[in-house]
Design a protein around this ligand. Structure first.
Ligand SMILES: [Zn+2]
Length: 411
């Protein structure tokens, strides 16, 4: 009788460990050449073990474990790329990011909290999309006068409707808008220090939120535990945002050296979004795009100069595409290449979309590097991307949270 009980127990133990082995989803990448952005030199011929969506180990010793094996035959592995500034509205665009090896992105303005919804889909594991840091709507001096139209904020937040009729929201309005957006569990708050550059109706060197509104918004976000990003172009706008306590400056093309020094002292990161300004209007460009051309060219020239000074001063420069990833819209890879053409080394440009970006966005405990315990977000390339950044355009393997999303390994 006793033996039978033991036998039954043994069967049960065996069955449960079998289930465990299946659930744990171990993936073993063999013969990988690793570019870890945290170190200066690549490490060759490594075995990477991924388990339960995390990197379990990286070693030169072959792993004798059960699990699915992928022989990379010397392909070059990077952590998944991070885009610090996107405008994602749907699943197709989010999956296009993944197919390019971009496994995390910070949303910087979208209507109807599409970014919060995409983040939830990713967390539930319902669809394969990148990790999303959501910001929802931005804080603007006059939400109804913004182009493109974001007055849907008053449909998402009917309790804010009295602000719709005001000329400016004022500091109290700024606090209320931050509270409302934070109530949707966003990760970041975006504030507008200057007007937009991409429409003729507004001048990017003029202020949007004034000093009091900016301070009130950043203070309220900080009180609620949220970091802030400032859309800013003019030196005065950037200075006001830095003094208010923001974490990142978006665009920032007209920054001067003293303001960059202040950013360095305060640990503020610079997201210059240069590539967007480098696109020249094609034959089918609209009259508006043509009319904007001189402005855009000026912002590119000044932005490139600002990035070069930032590099010299040690201000963290990180890659943001400002893209919606619809159709053939640009990607953060274009921005990485643009940053390298502005004076960053290839490895620094890669860091701007991996380890440094993760630090600036407060996600370095999970993203941006290859080490045990971090998320299993990896991309493999046929050649070393540090030698030639164009290689980033040809990922042959994309793993997102431990799941293979794209596999084009040569036979
Ligand atoms: Zn943007």
């Amino acid at each position: 009788m006793k033996t039978r009980v033991v036998a039954v127990l043994l069967v049960l133990v065996a069955a449960s460990s079998l289930t465990f082995a299946q659930d744990s989803q171990t993936l073993i990448l063999e013969h990988a050449n690793i570019v870890n952005p945290l170190s200066d030199a690549p490490v060759l011929n490594q075995t990477i073990v991924l388990r339960d969506g995390k990197i379990q180990s990286i070693s030169s010793v072959p792993a004798r474990l059960p699990g699915e094996r992928i022989d990379l035959r010397g392909a070059w592995v990077l952590p998944g790329l991070i885009d610090a500034h996107v405008h994602l509205e749907g699943i197709d665009a989010a999956q296009r990011m993944l197919s390019l090896g971009i496994t995390a992105a910070r949303s910087m303005l979208v209507r109807g909290y599409a970014d919060v919804g995409l983040r939830a889909l990713h967390i539930r594991g319902d669809v394969d999309i990148p990790t999303i840091l959501a910001a929802g709507y931005p804080v603007l001096a006059s939400p109804v006068r913004f182009k493109p139209d974001i007055s849907a904020i008053f449909l998402d937040h009917p309790a804010l409707d009295d602000l719709r009729k005001l000329e400016r929201i004022g500091p109290d309005g700024a606090r209320r808008i931050v509270q409302a957006i934070a109530g949707r569990h966003v990760d970041w708050i975006k504030v507008f220090a200057n007007e937009r550059a991409g429409v003729l109706e507004t001048d990017p060197s003029t202020r949007n939120l004034n000093d009091e509104e900016l301070r009130a918004a950043v203070e309220e976000a900080t009180r609620l535990g949220l970091p802030t990003a400032a859309h800013a172009y003019s030196d005065e706008g950037v200075m006001a945002a830095v003094n208010a306590g923001v974490r990142t400056i978006e665009h920032g093309s007209l920054i001067t050296e003293p303001t960059l020094k202040l950013m360095k002292d305060r640990g503020v990161c610079f997201v210059p979004t240069l590539y967007g300004f480098s696109i020249t209007p094609g034959p089918n460009a609209s009259p508006q795009e043509r009319a904007l051309e001189p402005r855009v060219k000026l912002l590119l020239d000044r932005g490139r100069r600002a990035v070069a000074i930032a590099g010299r001063l040690g201000v963290p420069v990180i890659a943001g595409s400002d893209s919606g990833y619809v159709g053939d819209e640009p990607s953060v890879i274009d921005e990485v290449i643009q940053l390298a053409s502005t004076g960053l080394s290839n490895l620094e440009a890669i860091r701007s979309a991996t380890s440094l970006s993760a630090e600036c966005l407060f996600i370095s405990s999970a993203k941006g590097a290859l080490k045990p315990g971090l998320d299993a977000d990896l991309v493999a390339y046929p050649d070393n991307p540090v030698k030639d950044l164009a290689v980033l355009r040809k990922p042959i393997l994309v793993i997102n949270g431990g799941k293979v999303f794209l596999r084009k390994l040569p036979d």
